[in-house]
Design a protein around this ligand. Structure first.
Ligand SMILES: Cc1ncc(C[n+]2csc(CCOP(=O)(O)OP(=O)(O)O)c2C)c(N)n1
Ligand SMILES: [Mg+2]
Length: 741
């Protein structure tokens, strides 16, 4: 049924002529609208609770008690113009922005047509591409740094509007980009979530970079059963954040629509005027327990719950509309009936909706548009022209360069080609204090391994800059930027220190596309210096651990062994449409092994294509990274001393990996070693060995052997390091044993 417009009580043409009274800038009609959405929001929660009890849906978490601040935020912001990173209690916000009751219930039943996730996420995990409501997840707080990255992307586009043009031959072809010059990013969270480190990292960057982010903390004084005074030192988050520069602060009764709207308008105004971020601390209530899996009567006495109930935003708004004679009880009853009818209609339709097809489960793990394993990513190195010099002698071929050189050159060429690329991380800039560069007082740093050297000088601090020392900050912001269509190519200084970013790397970066059913994606590149054999690198500068990441669906994992591959694979990583973890072995950065002339600005190596380093007949060795040169040395020795030949396969990319080449080689030699630098047990080679044992059993003349590090960490003392990491002699011994098995 089409809902009739319920108007203010005294409404008539004559009445409209007189100057209309407003309430903190909201008209009577807007207040009625606010009440209608708040009531709708509550009724949807109530209906979902009923459906859950009837086992027609499978989870419920409500927005009850948070309706007023949500509606106020929606009035102060613009859908499909501003950007939204809401959390699960933001039902009223999403309804006012334009999400429909049917859409919400489609998620509750897990329907194929659920626009937020296609049946993949729990209800109240909002995501509406057409409204700029970005796909939300369950880990509390991961949205906050992403919102910071989103705001940075908006400012970047405003400074570089030409970058929004659709590109071709890479991810830009499939990434629609839009921005508004005065857009604002909204992000909300609960009081408990302010205890997360990522919250503080986000405030720090938003403050320092004066970003137009409006942070809304919806403080219902509980995080499940843990009260606010246990979460927050002193019990009030506003007091703790008050000294962040550039912020506008508001603390408000979030159950009062008018007061909340006044606070939100001020906050949004500050951000829109590019004065900096804003922080709105809204005191709300939580009348329905944490979720349907929780019973708050176990930890909240009746009198406390009664006290809360007196502040129920719906009751308050109802009373206000009557007191102000904006609506009488009859009109309110009519409004209630209309809303209840709307909820019933949406419920009927949602319950009839088809579930997703079982065959669809692996859709959108990766980009459906651009396949980095395809021949589109296979190009030849540009052959350097050999020009005759004046004396008639051909000029010398260009000098071979190190892996570090070629990665640096590749980054430079890609940045020239694609202005959407931004680079940040710890120490990656040449010099943050730009005046030292312009006055030519210093040479500049450009990364602890100098991989990003000269990039800031060529491309400006706008595109290449230092981050705070905070790994979650680096990855979380890059997720937000990539969601908006930028191409962040960020650096994690040492693999050993990647763990603070793990929540973003496991639960966000590779999941954005799958969990939103392809409505959003975040194809960022994370470069990481990895590995040992450093002589003195010790425990915390030598770790591997790639299998932890190859275990993550949706993430491409690359691990080159030589300069040419590094350049070609990095280019593929940048141009492709999936998130990539690009692992660079520190020991190989400047190694003599595997140097090559720069292969030119278009050289690409496709993912999932191994390189056969040398062919052989007696045993296959499957490996990657810094074990490749060691295995090659061992193979040469085996041939010299015993006349046995090794087929050496360098995987180059670990996810996806080249099963075809592995299988063809094992079928040929019937003997195989999987060698890797990481500790032996549960390492990357376990998966390859298991698959060979499973699928190639009939072809094997010997057991599948693994050669890897000891099950410990890498020690500082060089003799210990040598004993821990797999050496050429270990490989040689295994090759000989297996070849003669
Ligand atoms: C990182 C993380 N830890 C734990 C949880 C489980 N969990 C879900 S909601 C929640 C409480 C959140 O409290 P608060 O931030 O105050 O929001 P509220 O639910 O009160 O609105 C917890 C512990 C989670 N989802 N994510
Ligand atoms: Mg809370």
């Amino acid at each position: 049924m089409a809902t009739a417009k319920i108007e203010p009580k005294g409404s008539s043409t004559a009445v409209e002529d007189r100057k209309e009274k407003t309430y903190q800038g909201l008209t009577q009609q807007q207040l009625i609208d606010a009440y209608r959405i708040m009531y709708l929001s509550r009724k949807l929660d109530d209906r979902e609770i009923l459906l859950k009890r009837q086992q027609k849906i499978f989870f419920q978490i409500s927005g009850a008690g948070h309706e007023a601040i949500g509606i106020a935020a929606a009035f102060a912001l613009k859908p499909a113009y501003d950007w939204f990173y809401p959390y699960y209690r933001d039902r009223s916000l999403c309804l006012k922005l334009g999400a429909t009751p049917l859409e919400m219930l489609l998620q509750a039943v897990g329907a194929a047509d659920d626009p937020s996730s296609g049946g993949r996420q729990m209800p109240s995990h909002w995501g509406y591409n057409r409204l700029n409501v970005v796909t939300q997840s369950s880990p509390t707080g991961t949205q906050i740094l992403q919102a910071v990255g989103c705001a940075e992307a908006g400012l970047y586009y405003a400074r570089h509007p030409q970058t929004t043009r659709k590109g071709n031959s890479d991810y830009r072809e499939f990434k629609h980009v839009s921005f508004e010059p005065d857009e604002v990013t909204y992000v909300s969270l609960g009081d408990g979530t302010t205890s997360e480190g990522e919250f503080w990292e986000a405030l720090n960057s938003a403050s320092n970079r004066k970003l137009p982010v409006v942070f809304v903390v919806q403080d219902n004084e509980y995080a499940i059963s843990v009260p606010v005074e246990v979460q927050t030192a002193g019990g009030n988050i506003s007091r703790l954040v008050a000294n962040f520069p550039n912020f506008h602060f508001e603390e408000v009764d979030g159950t009062d629509v008018m007061a909340s709207y006044a606070a939100m308008s001020q906050a949004v105004g500050h951000a829109r005027a590019r004065q900096g971020p804003a922080f709105v601390h809204a005191h709300v209530i939580r009348p329905y327990s944490h979720s349907l899996s929780d019973d708050e009567r176990l930890y909240r006495p009746e009198q406390e719950r009664q006290r809360d109930a007196q502040r129920d935003p719906l009751t308050r708004m109802h009373g206000f509309l009557i007191r102000e004679r904006i609506l009488d009880q009859d009109r309110i009853n009519l409004l209630h009936k209309e809303v209840e009818h709307e909820v019933q209609e949406a419920t009927d339709r949602a319950l009839e909706a088809a579930p997703p097809a079982k065959e669809s489960i692996t859709r959108f793990v990766y980009s459906p548009d651009l396949d980095p394993t395809s021949s589109a990513f296979e190009t030849q190195p540009a052959v350097a022209p050999v020009v005759a010099s004046t004396d008639g002698e051909p000029k010398k071929a260009p000098a071979p360069k190190t892996m570090a050189d070629l990665i640096n050159s590749c980054l430079k060429d890609e940045m020239r080609r694609d202005e959407r690329i931004v680079i940040f991380g710890e120490d990656v800039a040449d010099c943050s204090r730009e005046q030292y560069l312009s006055q030519k007082l210093i040479k500049g740093k450009g990364g602890v391994f100098k991989l990003t050297s000269g990039l800031q000088c060529e491309f400006s601090s706008d595109r290449v800059f230092n981050s705070p020392l905070a790994e979650a900050n680096i990855v979380g912001r890059s997720v937000g930027m990539a969601t908006r269509g930028l191409k962040p190519v960020v650096e994690i200084q040492f693999f050993d220190y990647i763990w603070p970013a793990m929540m973003q790397l496991r639960d966000e970066l590779p999941l954005i596309r799958w969990r939103s059913n392809n409505a959003f994606s975040a194809p960022a590149v994370i470069r990481v210096a990895i590995g040992g054999y450093l002589t003195g690198g010790a425990i915390y500068h030598s770790q591997c651990g790639e299998s932890i990441f190859t275990h993550i669906p949706g993430l491409r994992v690359v691990f080159p062994s030589n300069a040419l591959d590094a350049a070609g694979l990095l280019r593929t990583a940048i141009r492709c449409d999936d998130p990539v973890l690009f692992l660079e072995h520190k020991r190989l950065y400047r190694e003599t092994f595997g140097r090559a002339p720069y292969p030119g600005p278009d050289y690409m190596v496709p993912f999932g294509k191994a390189r056969v380093v040398q062919t052989g007949n007696h045993v296959t060795v499957i490996t990657y990274g810094a074990v490749v040169p060691r295995a090659l040395q061992a193979a040469q020795k085996l041939q010299r001393e015993h006349g046995l030949t090794v087929e050496l396969v360098d995987l180059r990319t670990l996810s996806p990996y080249d099963w075809q080449t592995i299988s063809a080689s094992v079928k040929k030699t019937n003997r195989v070693i999987v060698a890797y630098e990481d500790s032996l047990s549960w390492g990357y080679g376990a998966e390859i060995a298991a698959r060979i044992a499973d699928e190639l059993f009939e072809d094997l003349d010997a057991p599948v052997r693994r050669v890897a590090a000891k099950d410990t960490f890498v020690a500082y003392q060089p003799q210990l390091e040598n004993a821990i990491l797999p050496q050429t002699e270990d490989l040689l011994r295994a090759m000989k044993e297996l070849a003669q098995y």
